[in-house]
Ligand binder design. Structure first.
Ligand code: C5P
Length: 239
């Protein structure tokens, strides 16, 4: 099932990015002169993704068309919903309209520097039979659980911080999102949707470079990382 259909990625880019500030939505903010969404699509393509559905806020279609003009793989835009899970569901419907998919990746446009090797490993794990796959990193900070005025330490050894792209067997992700929509559950990521229908989630190693750009300081860190690792700049349409 997973080899005869293309590897498709949904890129969630319909958020406002209010924590980042600025006058353009986060996915259109430029890192080293290239919009975050274009970085993301280039890295997904380099990791083995064959086409992408980019989920955007209504009214911004022209801006995204411009941002993706030099993308290395075919793409289409879909208007997102109020919550991330609604946006992803609309992206899944768009895949259904254009045929089908074997492996589906779901990636946040806000992780513009994900290494292609991580993308490739997620795809390989789905092809190997895991229906839901997440890249994740060990937690480096000490963690405390807050209980009112009190707090207690939490053992961080078994904890992992989950990144994207997350990878799925297409039929599993469709069934998972249908279930979540019907039951009114609120989830923070697509692996959690799959868990809600009883699927096991397989974890592969993530990367510090796949950091999520959320706050203004993250843009500074991302610029510095790109300067330190220039071969990570795969979007060749600007010099
Ligand atoms: O808000 P948060 O940073 O968790 O959003 C993660 C990703 O989901 C971002 O890339 C954002 O553009 C996307 N998103 C979306 N639709 C929404 C909310 C967020 O596509 N309604």
């Amino acid at each position: 099932m997973t080899s005869e259909y293309p590897v498709v990625a949904l890129v969630a880019a319909a958020g406002s990015g209010s924590r980042l500030g600025g006058d353009v939505p986060k996915a259109l903010r430029e890192l080293a002169g290239v919009p975050l969404v274009a970085h993301s699509v280039a890295r997904l393509a380099a990791g083995g993704v064959e086409r992408v559905v980019v989920i955007v806020a209504d009214g911004l279609q022209q801006d995204f068309e411009q941002a993706l003009a030099a993308a290395p793989i075919p793409w289409r835009l879909v208007v997102g919903g109020t919550e991330r899970q609604h946006s992803v569901r609309r992206g899944l419907a768009a895949i259904e309209e254009s045929g089908s998919a074997g492996v589906v990746l779901v990636h946040d446009a806000a992780r513009p520097m994900v290494p292609p090797a991580v993308v490739a490993e997620v795809i390989a794990a789905v092809r190997a039979g895991h229906t839901a796959v997440v890249p994740a990193l060990p937690v480096v900070d000490s963690i405390r659980r807050i209980r009112g005025e009190a707090s207690e330490v939490v053992d961080r050894a078994p904890l992992r911080a989950v990144q994207t792209p997350q990878g799925f067997a297409y039929a599993t992700l469709l069934a998972a999102h249908d279930h979540v929509a019907r039951s009114g559950l609120e989830v923070t990521d697509d692996a959690a949707c799959c868990e809600a229908i009883g699927e096991a989630v397989h974890v592969v190693p993530g990367s510090r470079l796949a950091m999520k750009v959320t706050e203004p300081t993250d843009m500074v860190i991302a610029e510095a990382l790109l300067a330190a690792f220039p071969d990570q700049i795969l979007t060749a349409h600007r010099t």
